[in-house]
Design a protein around this ligand. Sequence first.
Ligand code: NAP
Length: 256
Amino acid sequence: MAEELRGVTINLAGRVALVTGATRGIGRAIAETLSTAGARVAVTGRDLTRAETCAREIAQQTGGDVRGYAADVADIGAATALVEAVERDFGQLDILVNNAGVTRDNLLMRLKDDDWDAVINANLRGAFATCRAASRGMMKRRWGRIINIASVVGLTGNKGQANYAASKAGLIGMTKSIAKELASRNILANVVAPGFIETDMTASISAEARQSLSAGIPLARLGAPGDIAGMVAVLASDLTSYVTGQVFVVDGGLVM
Ligand code: NAP
């Protein structure tokens, strides 16, 4: 089954994708879309039962080959072993989507060492580990797509999110560097930077705050996980084979 986007077919048949943090929210939508487009997909989270249940549900929905893995990407060894397991089980890894992410918000003065480490390790160090591990096989096969999910906050900064913004800005710098290093091997590395998207991560925003947020967004609504998944699917495909080292902001026009 291939994903139809306004008459253009995205066909990822023969590709294997790994989506970190795919048990819910944006990652799950990305996994569903890549599977619908024909890729075989590995979905991950920190809990094996959750990951396997999610894989089963997506497979039922799309008819694709979807498998669940558990790995806390904040642990560099676990993140590396995750890539190795996916390559061993599927025989290859072509599309890496680093989506797993956490927030631990607080104003600078109140931010604890542990809040800093937890966010940097999950959001940035984990992506470093999976990119490093996945690049070896992609280089051998002369084809690869690395798509790192950052945030508009990595571009603009945000009060109370020094740790989160630093992790996302770091992802952008890392991705541009990787793009330069790996371009000659036909490995493209790009960033998707979401604005406010309706997921568990934004569930605590009050109805009132949600309304005032929407008022500041030109498209006048928070985004849906599928809005991010569509961009990822395009970047994972051969439709965008001349694009690397870029940041694609998907935010309804919030940041221009
Ligand atoms: P979410 O609903 O909170 O889901 C986060 C996902 O990441 C879950 O599947 C969770 O799985 C997994 N995860 C968290 N920590 C992990 C770790 N250490 N190792 C492995 N998996 C881990 O988040 P979301 O809103 O979909 O966000 C997805 C990505 O988009 C994040 O990188 C986030 O920073 C970014 N983003 C989101 C928004 C937004 O408005 N929602 C805006 C900008 C950027 P388990 O709990 O099963 O482990």
